[in-house]
Design a protein around this ligand. Structure first.
Ligand code: F0G
Length: 458
């Protein structure tokens, strides 16, 4: 590339205004939200980096396709277009439309799970783990060792540890393994990619033991970008071909279309095995809808069909990955400890390292999340002891493995100047670092407390 500026490969046709709040207003909003950004209204937020899920801007082509939505109960044309787009990409013949990713997880893992069953993954996403555990089964995360080293520049920190996989399957016996799930990219592990070689090795082990291999493919296009640019032998393949090769290694996939299908709602389950698909279809009809729409309306299926082609556009993927990297690299230059290398959909910050004066039971991640909002109106999420912490029998916090804060970037929504603004906000984070204090939880629900907990400033 001759020029350094990463220009957005699209023009803006429709805009959504942002309410430019003042810091005084935000201090009041934050207090009213009990220092939990999940409890803020979106119009109190300037830059919303809470999630990249369901927050994409749809293209004019997607909106045009939605007008073509065929809302027939059975055999709609929109279903045909949805089916063809997914079959073309995955080659899995049995496709079940669901309203979002976790519905596909509930159907598949609910069916495969149950007492005594075991699931193994590089890292199960929260809803994946929750659906597996809810069925009575056990979920094991076995990311490679390099994934735990924040500063390691290893290219594929999302990989699964294949030695451990082989041992775990042998230990638990093949017939008790519900599935092996490869999450690409590894969201809970920092948005890090999985290599094709790792997927091949996982596939070989699964074949050897006759165990089901499923891809959690919601960010597969972003993962393909990393393979093309980091893994030998893929330089001359298109991003779509790389994704197709990865799908060919697995027995099926679960997708939250809210990520790399560029839509605001939707998902699907796709499988090779007819018997398994039949069992899942029964559950689909009971809980989501008839086979040719599942949890979706015709127009949703149209938008997904178009989104699945747009996501592999080389100019889009270049902009997507480079702009995420730009944010991560720039704040790293300011001394912010970011997880390295920068992943595909988000920048992860090690808040315990940034605020090493705040004890873990005073939640350094929550402190950073609140500071980013107070200073710049930037909303993001703590992925640390607020989200994953537990208590021991004396009521003392058992901290999470890592104290991360995630800045997740919605697709095609923010421009370079929005990102430059966020980078400037970090100057103030650095300036205020020593004075930043921790938080205390004063009210929390039993499960998934990060969504609704109330905090008090210390
Ligand atoms: N798998 C992965 C890897 C995910 O990141 C998500 C959602 C899901 C499954 C569930 O999909 O939300 O459509 O039901 N991740 C969102 C996030 C919520 O913010 O990372 P869903």
């Amino acid at each position: 590339m001759k020029f350094r500026t990463i220009i957005e490969p699209f023009k803006i046709k429709s805009v959504e205004s942002i309410h430019m709040s003042t810091e005084d207003e935000r201090i009041k909003y934050l207090e009213a939200a009990h220092y939990n950004p999940f409890l803020l209204n979106s119009n109190q937020v300037i830059i919303d980096f809470l999630t990249d899920s369901g927050t994409s801007a749809m293209s004019n082509e997607q909106w045009a396709a939605m007008m073509r939505g065929d809302e027939s109960y059975a055999g709609a044309q929109s279903w045909e277009r949805f089916y063809n787009a997914i079959f073309d990409l995955t080659s899995y013949p049995f496709i079940l439309p669901t309203h979002q990713g976790r519905a596909a997880e509930r159907i598949l893992y609910g069916h495969l799970g149950g007492e005594g069953k075991v699931f193994i993954s590089n890292t199960h996403f929260d809803t994946t783990r929750a659906n597996i555990e809810f069925s009575g089964a056990t979920a094991y995360d076995i990311p490679i060792e390099e994934s735990k080293n924040h500063d390691s520049n290893y290219s594929f920190k999302g990989n699964l540890d294949c030695d451990k996989l082989d041992t775990l399957i042998t230990e638990h016996k093949s017939e008790n393994i519900g599935a092996v799930i490869l999450t690409v990219t590894n969201n809970s592990g920092g948005g890090q990619p999985v290599s094709m070689q790792n997927a091949k090795d996982v596939a070989d082990i699964c074949k050897k033991h006759n165990v089901l291999f499923i891809l959690d493919c919601c960010r597969i296009a972003e993962n393909s970008y990393f393979i093309k640019h980091r893994e030998k032998g893929f330089e001359n393949h298109t991003y779509k071909e790389i994704a197709q090769q990865m799908f060919a290694l697995a027995d099926g996939c679960v997708m939250s279309a809210k990520k790399d299908a560029l839509v605001n709602m939707g998902g699907f389950l796709a499988l090779n095995d007819e018997k398994l698909a039949e069992a899942c279809t029964n559950l689909l009809i009971i809980t989501e809808g008839f086979t040719t729409y599942g949890g979706l309306s015709g127009r949703d299926m149209e938008a997904i069909a178009v989104g699945l082609t747009e996501i592999f556009d080389k100019d889009y993927l270049y902009y997507r990955i480079k702009s995420t990297e730009y944010l991560g690299e720039k704040i790293r230059e300011k001394g912010i400890p970011v997880m390295y290398p920068i992943g595909g959909h988000a920048v992860y910050i090690n808040s315990a390292q940034l605020y090493d004066h705040i004890p873990l039971n005073q939640y350094p991640g929550q402190a950073l999340v609140c500071e980013l909002y107070r200073i710049g109106g930037v909303r993001c999420v703590e992925v640390g002891s607020v989200m994953f912490g537990k208590y021991d029998e004396r009521g003392e916090l058992i901290p999470a493995a890592m104290e991360l804060v995630r800045l997740a970037i919605p697709r095609r929504v923010y421009t370079q100047s929005h990102v430059d603004y966020v980078i400037e906000v970090f100057d103030e984070i650095v300036k205020n670092k020593a004075q930043t204090k921790g938080y205390k939880i004063i009210k929390e629900p039993k499960l998934l407390r990060h969504f609704t907990a109330h905090f008090e400033k210390l």
